[in-house]
Design a protein. Structure first.
Length: 285
């Protein structure tokens, strides 16, 4: 598991965006062989999406041959509500790049049969060839998606009850009223994420320092579901200095030392891409 430590949120967002762009460019996707992304809503990835949009507007990256699957969605709120993950992803990212609408797959929290919706979602991921790179973010309690503490580490896409702590954290998007926050949601499972060829988790801010400490310095634990990343062959965390406050000084020094040659922005030039070995997220032909 790699740990990339950047100075601040802006720096980690830019580094992550360049990293994702480089992966897409290196894969050289086509219509018949697209690059498949898993993407979350929430506040932590917004900076990454803004940087990806900037790269697209600068002509550095196209999403024309990218397929995307969102990570989770509330049950029972209108699709076009500003708090829905559908709205967040479309407003912050999809509508601002050239990804074809038919390449975007979103969980439907208003489906007539939610269990069937979850099963179909898993099928669609498989039909797309699996997810090449799953971008994720976490809550202060280490949950990822709606995989709250205590979730099965082999879980698949399913209906999930939100904990009071999670709903309290989400209340900021509902005028501060926890009673307006849905009690259930649909989410990809930990097992679904672990099937991705690569997983990148962005973590920012002191309020998530304890979760980072648990996933980096302690063992795999279903009460801190993001800790499952330890078992992924190509798992990576991109965080900022503020998030490392609960880590041991030696731990921070270790990861900064071994990654010191990789903390600058990944290059996107054709020459630098040609020199790269085959990406771990590339599909075999």
């Amino acid at each position: 598991m790699r740990i990339i430590i950047q100075d601040n949120y802006e720096a980690l967002s830019k580094w992550t965006a360049y990293y994702i762009a480089r992966r897409i460019l290196r894969a050289a996707p086509t219509e018949n062989r697209p690059f498949v992304l898993g993407l979350p809503a929430g506040s932590s990835p917004i900076g990454t999406y803004q940087q990806l949009v900037s790269l697209h507007q600068a002509g550095s990256i196209s999403f024309r041959h990218v397929v995307a699957f969102n990570m989770n969605e509330y049950v029972g709120i209108p699709k076009d509500a500003p708090q829905s993950h559908y709205s967040v992803l479309w407003n912050e990212f999809f509508s601002r790049v050239d990804i074809p609408p038919e390449n975007v797959h979103m969980l439907d929290g208003n489906a007539a049969d939610l269990s069937s919706e979850c099963a179909r979602y898993e099928e669609r991921i498989q039909q797309a060839g699996g997810i090449d790179l799953f971008l994720g973010s976490i809550g202060p309690d280490g949950h990822i998606g709606f995989n709250e503490p205590g979730s099965s580490l082999s879980s698949r896409t399913r209906i999930k009850t939100l904990t009071p702590e999670a709903r309290k954290a989400e209340a900021r998007f509902f005028s501060g009223d926890i009673n307006k926050v849905p009690r259930t949601g649909l989410t990809v499972g930990i097992g679904t994420m672990m099937d991705a060829r690569e997983v990148v988790i962005v973590i920012s801010g002191f309020q998530k320092a304890r979760a980072l400490q648990r996933v980096v310095e302690e063992g795999v634990n279903h009460m801190w579901t993001v800790s499952m990343l330890q078992l992924h062959r190509h798992g990576m965390i991109v965080c900022d200095d503020e998030t490392t406050m609960e880590l041991k000084v030696g731990t921070v020094s270790y990861f900064k030392d071994i990654e010191r040659d990789h903390l600058g922005l990944p290059e996107l030039s054709e020459e630098s891409l040609a020199a790269l070995p085959k990406s771990p997220s590339s599909k075999s032909t």
